[in-house]
Design a protein around this ligand. Sequence first.
Ligand code: SF4
Length: 392
Amino acid sequence: MTGPRDVAAVTAPEGAGAAGLPLLRAEGLVRHFAVRRHLFSRAGAVVRAVDGVDLTVMPGETLGIVGESGCGKSTLGRLLLRLIEPTAGRVFFQGEDLGLLDASALRARRRSLQIIFQDPYSSLNPTMTVASILAEPLRLHGLAQSGAAVHARVADLLRTVGLSPDHARRYPHEFSGGQRQRIGIARALAVEPRLIVCDEAVSALDVSVQAQVINLMMDLQRRFGLAYVFIAHDLAVVRHIATRVAVMYLGRIVEIGDKEAIFGNSRHPYTRALLDAVPRSSPQASASAGGAVRRVLLEGDVPNPSAPPSGCRFHTRCPYVQDRCRVEEPVLASTAATGDHRAACHFAEEIARSRGTLPVAPQEPDDPVLASRLLRLQRAFVQDVSFNEVPP
Ligand code: SF4
């Protein structure tokens, strides 16, 4: 095949894929936005979209980033690719500081760093055929020059994402949402990336298509050794695809760890509240998740990011708040027992031990349609079949 390199055929560039070395590393990443009331007014408040984030992404892994709308996760995704400049902090890719690259070096480096957006329609040029959309990055990066080579590579990419080479002649509006997202994935794959940021990449899709696209992405990851930063608000999807999970709140990571630790033994009250907000498919599922009768209540809206609360930013909504929380900001820390599982909470250990004695919340979601959607999605994942084949 002449398409993206098979993982076995990949020759890792220097510094990438070596045992224990991260593919991407962010240090103290900050992005503030000045807010103007109108076009000609002076900048007033400063929105702290991302406010001090450290993270690493290892080769071939999927780091899920979750949090409520407005927590800064999409801004973080763009900072990692240097699509927007940070106010402070640095991003290293394969050990190289992206902030030190000039425009032409950055353009060359972008070949390894791709992004898939939420809306597959608006991210594809409606006036270009699929062939032109896929040929553009190939020519830009010198991966195929002659007409025949480009044609063969486009056909190969389309087959790789489960489409037909005949689709190359069509325009984006002639495809369904799921097919358009497959085209977006093919465009990202065209330049043989090592890391793809998926910004709510399946959120706009019907749940019946979500499982298919997710399974395709996981298959591509196995074949080509890709790393993903998977930004999503749907915890069921993140649970399926992620290797590790970072939970964001008001511009900061409040908990990070392996998927099993986050979903099975969360230590931060915000994470537990997010998990408890996911509709459980049955009382048995609730019980197996350790929340049959007791759940963390998450009340109120996310505070204004231009004036985050003092101390712990979550203290205005936390059911465990104490005086110390209002004045002292907790650091993202682990213990000898938790290893790489870190949480930013003064009382993480006490709260972890308190499981089963939490405030009581309604046991099941009020929305049976939502619960039914989740159950079918989970079955589709588990059985690895099309959602449409799963009985309601
Ligand atoms: Fe809640 Fe205090 Fe922990 Fe913050 S530090 S999450 S307010 S208990």
